[in-house]
Design a protein around this ligand. Structure first.
Ligand code: NAD
Length: 539
């Protein structure tokens, strides 16, 4: 955990961009100092029972701009009493909310999507300041979340049950999907808007109430989304926000009133949460880490493929769970590597607010160290470093956590840099003699989030689609994340649980099925008692 004292020396560094935060009204507290001396840094507020409230926490975490090390705000480790108050607010809000007509719940989502659309610029600026991604990419972060809100606007159809008439004489059976109660969401740093929007819009439109724990590294977008949800008409207590790290996550796992948990983040945290919450009988969906491969066939369109590899490998500084972090060149396509290096070299690395950067910094100093360590381990185990971005200097941002595009070639399956998720702007290149061999490489990896093939052969694409063990498959598409009418379908070590995020599975996750069997018929007056198991036909 980064503490303010550790950064005192650099907090006044260049590119100090305070305009985003102090002007950033109600969700950050500036109240503890007189108005002529507004509190700086401002403090992130909890959102409990419809009110933004200052925490009584004793411990606080700095939220730091990764390009400058400026402390943007301080985030509380929400106290246990505050957490309990949030769960209690959600529990109290549940009965009236579940009884609110679905059409009303949908209309609130319609309003929310309008407000998010209107405030996209502001949300994007908050994301760029806290998370570091480029402004353009931050807009994409908001937009991909907005699509889930739009999808939630059609919840009445999505939540429809089933009906079979006359399952037996005069008897009908139908099923209804009912909300679970209080649900919770635990979020990662890399998509500060999109991932909270994967969670609460679907959950609450199904009739649940929600406790959201944003990432401690970039909480601003979640707080602003809560404000917009309130403005859109979401009743008090339906959405609540608490802050913190491990302790609050454990409290969420242990709480008897929370029925379901949506988690997105690393495998270490996710598997801990999965085990701990499952022991309490909760429903859980965990989207986890990844190592996404792109298989390049020699018959692919070279130009388009190289552009796709560069964009998907280095976009968002490689901090996407669907970043294409490994290329497997098949046969002669290996010779394309030089072109790949050339194009990666041309990418512009800069702070996200500067004009037209291609990639910004990684999230923290620790992340940078970890990424560089994995690159070094690759070199030491025999990989060739054909492009080295580790010592990049970005003028004016001496303290930023920048890493330029980095490419490791001749990587093999047993190297640590291949086995571990790097989560940085590092592309790993491997080679295979045939498509069979390339598929074998991909399938040997423990992760199964996404995999793509680049080819002009329908037969190769079909073989790949059938044999590849990844949940999201791209054919000439580098980042095959489906739109929300499908689900986000990572598999193997990239997912724990049974029901995926959004799409039909997302609605199933946030609802439980009740089946009703009804009999409406005139019963004969001379009927007899029968203790045999009822069946639909007389034997
Ligand atoms: P992280 O696991 O460090 O943090 C995620 C959340 O878990 C945070 O809210 C954090 O406070 C909490 N947390 C972290 N460690 C914990 C622990 N030991 N006990 C309890 N709670 C803990 O993840 P991150 O660094 O924020 O995000 C990056 C990771 O998320 C990458 O592995 C990436 O692949 C993954 N991710 C996956 C998807 C997907 O859809 N598969 C999407 C985005 C990110």
């Amino acid at each position: 955990m980064l503490l303010r004292s550790s950064l005192r020396g650099v907090r006044n560094s260049r590119a100090f961009r305070p305009q985003i935060f102090p002007s950033w009204n109600s969700h950050f507290s500036t109240a503890s100092k007189p108005s002529c001396d507004p509190r700086y840094p401002p403090r992130a507020l909890n959102f409990i029972g419809g009110a933004f409230v200052d925490s009584q926490a004793k411990e606080w975490v700095d939220v730091i701009n990764p390009a400058t090390q400026q402390i943007l705000s301080q985030l509380p480790l929400t106290t246990n009493e505050e957490f309990k108050a949030a769960v209690s607010a959600a529990k109290q809000a549940f009965p009236p909310w579940r009884n609110t007509p679905i059409i009303t719940r949908q209309r609130i989502m319609l309003k929310l999507q309008e407000l998010i659309r209107r405030e996209t610029d502001k949300l994007a600026k908050i994301i760029t300041a806290e998370q570091g991604k480029t402004l353009k990419d931050a807009h994409g972060d908001v937009f991909r979340g907005l699509e889930v809100v739009e999808h939630a606007c059609g919840m009445a159809s999505l939540q429809m049950g089933e009906y079979v008439s006359n399952v037996s004489s005069g008897i009908d059976t139908y099923s209804i999907r009912e909300p679970l109660g209080v649900c919770a969401g635990i979020c990662p740093f890399n998509f500060p808007a999109m991932i909270p929007l994967w969670m609460f819009p679907i959950a609450v439109t199904c009739g649940n109430t929600f406790v959201l724990k944003p990432t401690e590294k970039a909480p601003g977008a979640s707080i602003m989304l809560a404000e917009l949800a309130k403005k859109a008409g979401l009743p008090d207590g339906v959405l609540n926000i608490v802050h913190g790290t491990h302790d609050i996550v454990n409290a969420i796992c242990d709480d008897d009133d929370i029925r379901a948990i949506s988690f997105v983040g690393s495998n270490t945290a996710g598997m801990h949460i999965y085990a701990r919450a499952a022991a309490k009988g909760k429903r859980i969906q965990c989207n986890l880490g990844a190592k996404n491969h792109g298989i390049v066939m020699p018959d692919a369109n070279m130009d388009a493929t190289i552009n796709a590899l560069v964009a998907a490998g280095f976009g968002a500084a490689g901090q996407r769970c669907m970043a294409l972090s490994t290329v497997v060149f098949v046969g002669d396509s290996k010779s394309w590597e030089n072109k790949l290096i050339e194009r990666a070299k041309a990418l512009k690395v800069n702070a996200g607010f500067e004009p037209d950067p291609d990639l910004g910094p990684v999230i923290s100093k620790q992340a940078k160290e970890r990424i560089c360590g994995l690159v070094q381990s690759g070199i030491e185990s025999g990989a060739r470093l054909v492009l080295d971005g580790r010592t990049i200097e970005v003028p004016g941002y001496a303290h930023g956590n920048f890493i330029g595009p980095t490419i490791l070639s001749d990587v093999t399956g047993e190297m640590e840099c291949y086995k571990e998720e790097i989560f940085g702007p590092v592309l790993i290149c491997m080679k295979a003699d045939s498509l069979d061999e390339a598929i074998k490489i991909v399938n040997s990896n423990k992760y199964g989030n996404g995999a793509s093939i680049f080819t002009t052969s329908g037969a190769a694409a079909r073989k790949f689609q059938t044999e590849i063990e990844a949940g999201q498959v791209g054919i000439n598409v580098p980042i095959p994340v489906p739109l929300p009418f499908f689900s986000f379908t990572g598999s193997k070590a990239s997912f724990a649980g049974d029901l995926n995020f959004y799409g039909k599975a997302g609605v199933s996750f946030y609802t439980q099925i009740k089946t009703v069997t009804q009999q409406w018929k005139d019963l004969p007056s001379d009927s007899k008692v029968s203790l045999a198991m009822p069946t639909s036909q007389k034997l």
